[in-house]
Each structure stands twice: as structure tokens, then as C-alpha cells.
Design a protein around this ligand. Structure first.
Ligand code: BES
Ligand code: MN
Ligand code: MN
Length: 459
């Protein structure tokens, strides 16, 4: 077994530099959803490539796609050693609304032992742990595995070009396991490894009433108001038990056995703490399931945005012509994103009254993914946590989605191990996103231990 003490010592000697580099990257507003940041996205791609080279890869390239480039890098130490493929994303969510940030989102600050910036936890701070773990091993001559990197710039907008890249580069991406740090843990006291991610079906609906905006006194009550209609339609998508009413919605859902549910329930969770952190009097969701189950193993439907009519200052008496909403459904095995999108579309059109026209436009989607926990790949994660944290990590299932994981399973036939070190309180996608310095450094250490145990178990 390789001795990783030199690599760990290297991390210790370079802590400040590692953090300064991450701060440099966080200053680049690589927002993929908004074209106006295109130059910054390209600049960030260059930054990632340079850092891979400095860290010691044999080869690094910026792979152009129809969208944002993918950075590929590799170091093959020995063709007979196992290969770890690292996946991450350098694009970030929009930082809006800016006024809700206590400090500007792209001017990172360290406060209470956390680094605050857009992308600090999702996913720059997390994928960068792999770059630094790799550097520590490469520079202390203790790389037990071959390492490949694939860092993309379109995760937050659906990864559609990465899907093409993966299908076209199967040989290049050949590996024994995929490591991804883009999820969270229960807490620093209760480290966990994510074993399930949800799928996603995301669409936009438009309801049109009269052909133009009207005086709400002259016409109000005499023609259908599309906003009122849309609200009624949306409300009908769930029944009194918070079950989704779309016919067939639950048909393909794999119900967990009582035993599996019991196992999940063993993970520490405080309902009171959950409510307190969010400042809500009580949680809410599908009847018959716990909060953790609603989050991890049950499909959901939510409105993500709704608009129409007059929303400016003061009052304008208007009966709008159109109303819109963005709706997401989070899916679990074996639901299919395309099938659910189709079901939704058909149902939504069917429940619309004659007085309005309805248009449904699908956005991106993705399939759910579950990692088997009886594999060597997962065992290595358990061993890395046992050595680094003195605790066996708790397997958990999360409500977020990384659609490319299901595609990795299908196309590359390799397991993805979700070695995420974030916390729910990091506030990813929210104002004041943060990432704990403890998590950053402990993550680097755990990744180094993963490489060691993976090589050990594979040989
Ligand atoms: N890192 C997240 C996914 C995530 C979040 C996993 C929390 C587990 C816990 C990822 O960057 C993300 O935001 N994914 C999107 C989906 C994508 C298609 C836009 C999501 O889950 O909304
Ligand atoms: Mn992410
Ligand atoms: Mn994200």
C-alpha cells in the first residue's frame, strides 16, 4: 500500500496557496445560464486547464463543444494501475438577486471559517479539492492510481453537450470509477456519502386568455383571467394528501422495502432543527413519508417561478392576456424524465378550461441515479472516511440532480461515487453561498485516502 503521509504533509505545507488559488477562481463569474458571462466562462476554462497543468497532469486540453468547453486532463502513472475519473463543473448559478448578498458574490471573503462566494460549494470549491489532492500526490510521488479529469461548464444548464462528449470519447474516458464531489453530507459530525440523486423534468407553461391585456373593470368577471386559471390548474396538480394527481405519475416509482426505509431513518435528523433553520412552523409534503424520505426517495412537483400581469409599483387595473409558470418534477427510480414530461403535458392540456389556450415547453431533464453500496468503489469511500474521520459514512439519498451520473452508468458502465463535502447550510444556488474551510481541507485529505484505498482494494 502506498504511504500517503507525504501527500498529506504536502497539503499541510500548501494550505494557504490552495485557498488563494480557489479564491482566484471564485472571482471569475462563470455563469452558464446568462450569455453575457460568456467571456468569463471561457476565462475560467483556461484557468482550470492551467491549474491542471501546474498540478502535474501529463496532458490537459480545452475541448470545444457546441456550448461551453470541457477541460480534460490526465496522468497515467502505470497502465496496469486502476484509473479514477474525476468529474466536476466550473460553471455556476446566476448570483441574482445581488442585493441579498452581504458581500459581492464574485469578491470572495472568509468569514467564520467559511469562504463566501457564488460557486464556493457548487462546485468550484469541491472539484478543486480533487485538483489539489492530485497535486499533493503527484508532487510527493505517491499517486497510486491513474487520474483523469473531466470538468465541464454547463452542469447548471443541463449538461447537454457533455452527453455528446461522453458518447464520442468512451475510450478516452475509460476508467474504473468516477469520483464526483458535488453533493452534501449530513453534517461534519455525521459524515455521509450520497448514494442516490433524483432525476428531473423541468418545463414551462403558458396560459393565454384574451388576445390582449384588458381593463379589469370592463372585462373582469366576464372572460377567463389566465392567472386565476393557471393558479387553479397548478393547485389541482396535488390532492389533499400532497400526492401528485397526474395519472400514471407514480406508476414506475420503485417503493423501498420496510427494511431500506428503516435503514434510511437511522441517519441522524432533527425535524425541529430542520424547521428552525428555515424559520417555518412545520414541514409539509406527501402524506405517509418523513421529511428525509420526501427529500430523498419520493418524487415531487414544484412551481419554481410564476409571473404575469402587472408587477410594478403601485396598482394598475389590468386583466392580463397571459400567465406563465416554470415547473419542476424531481424523479426517483424507475421514473423516466421523457415519460413524465409527456404525462404532464397531456394532463395539463386536458385540465385547461375551454376559455384558455395552453402551451407547454420542456426545458432540460435527466434520469435519477443510485449507486450500489456493495461495490469495491463504495467500500473504498467507507475506508477513506473511516481513516480520515474515524467514522463509517452514512449512506444517504439526496433530492438534487446531477443528470450526467445516469448517463455515465449507461454509456461508460462505471459507478459514480458521490464524495460530496458540502452541507445543506452552504446555501448553494442561494445568496451568500459558502463552503467551510474545514470541509475544503478535510475533503482533500479524504480524496487522497480514497485513491489509496481504491488502489489497494483493486489490486
Ligand atoms: N450540485 C448540484 C446538485 C445537487 C445539489 C446534488 C444538492 C445534491 C444536493 C448541481 O449543480 C445542480 O444544481 N443540479 C441541478 C440540476 C441541473 C440539471 C440544473 C439541480 O439539482 O437543480
Ligand atoms: Mn453542482
Ligand atoms: Mn448547482
Amino acid at each position: 500500500m502506498k504511504d500517503q503521509s507525504k501527500a498529506l504533509a504536502f497539503v499541510n505545507d500548501n494550505r494557504d496557496r490552495f485557498l488563494q488559488e480557489l479564491i482566484e477562481m471564485l472571482k471569475i463569474p462563470s455563469v452558464s445560464a446568462d450569455r453575457k458571462f460568456k467571456d468569463d466562462v471561457m476565462r475560467c476554462a483556461g484557468f482550470v486547464k492551467d491549474k491542471l497543468v501546474e498540478a502535474g497532469v501529463d496532458k490537459a486540453e480545452i475541448c470545444e463543444t457546441a456550448g461551453n468547453p470541457i477541460i480534460y486532463g490526465e496522468k497515467i502513472v502505470d497502465s496496469s494501475s486502476p484509473t479514477i475519473l474525476v468529474y466536476g463543473h466550473y460553471d455556476v448559478q446566476p448570483a441574482d438577486p445581488y442585493e441579498l448578498w452581504d458581500s459581492p458574490p464574485f469578491e470572495p471573503v472568509i468569514k467564520d471559517d467559511k469562504i463566501i462566494a457564488r460557486g464556493s460549494a457548487d462546485d468550484k470549491g469541491q472539484f478543486y479539492m480533487h485538483v489539489k489532492a492530485f497535486e499533493a500526490m503527484a508532487k510527493s510521488d505517491s499517486l497510486p492510481c491513474n487520474v483523469k479529469f473531466m470538468i465541464e461548464g454547463e452542469e447548471e444548464v443541463g449538461s447537454s453537450n457533455l452527453g455528446i462528449f461522453v458518447r464520442e470519447n468512451k475510450e478516452k474516458l475509460k476508467s474504473d470509477v468516477i469520483l464526483i464531489s458535488d453533493t452534501s453530507m449530513i453534517s461534519n459530525e455525521n459524515p455521509s456519502v450520497t448514494t442516490g440523486l433524483k432525476g428531473l423534468s423541468y418545463l414551462e407553461v403558458e396560459v393565454t386568455g384574451p388576445n390582449r391585456d384588458l381593463h379589469s373593470g370592463t372585462y373582469g368577471g366576464a372572460v377567463a383571467n389566465p392567472i386565476n386559471v393557471l393558479c387553479k390548474m397548478i393547485a389541482s396538480l396535488k390532492d389533499g394528501h400532497n400526492k401528485v394527481t397526474i395519472p400514471g405519475f407514480y406508476d414506475d416509482v420503485v417503493e423501498l422495502s420496510e427494511e431500506a426505509r428503516k435503514q434510511l431513518a437511522e441517519a441522524p435528523f432533527s425535524e425541529e432543527g430542520f424547521c428552525k433553520e428555515l424559520d417555518i412552523a412545520e414541514s409539509d409534503g406527501e402524506a405517509g413519508y418523513s421529511t428525509r424520505e420526501r427529500q430523498g426517495i419520493r418524487p415531487t412537483l414544484d412551481v419554481n417561478g410564476i409571473w404575469g400581469g402587472y408587477t410594478g409599483e403601485g396598482a394598475k387595473t389590468v386583466l392580463p392576456s397571459k400567465a406563465h409558470a416554470k415547473i419542476s418534477m424531481r424523479l426517483v427510480p424507475d421514473q423516466s424524465s421523457d415519460k413524465i414530461t409527456e404525462m404532464f403535458t397531456e394532463h395539463f392540456k386536458k385540465i385547461a378550461p375551454e376559455s384558455v389556450k395552453v402551451k407547454v415547453t420542456p426545458h432540460h431533464g435527466g434520469e435519477p441515479a443510485v449507486t450500489p453500496i456493495d461495490s469495491l468503489d463504495f467500500k473504498a469511500a467507507e475506508k477513506a472516511f473511516e481513516e480520515g474521520w474515524g467514522k463509517t459514512p452514512i449512506p444517504t439519498r439526496e433530492g438534487g440532480s446531477i443528470p450526467i451520473v445516469a448517463l455515465f452508468n449507461e454509456e461508460l458502465k462505471v459507478n459514480s461515487i458521490l464524495l460530496g463535502f458540502g452541507l445543506d447550510s452552504d446555501g448553494i444556488h442561494s445568496p451568500n453561498e459558502s463552503y467551510g474551510l474545514f470541509n475544503f481541507y478535510k475533503g482533500i485529505e479524504t480524496i487522497i485516502l480514497y485513491h489509496k484505498h481504491f488502489a489497494d482494494l483493486k489490486n
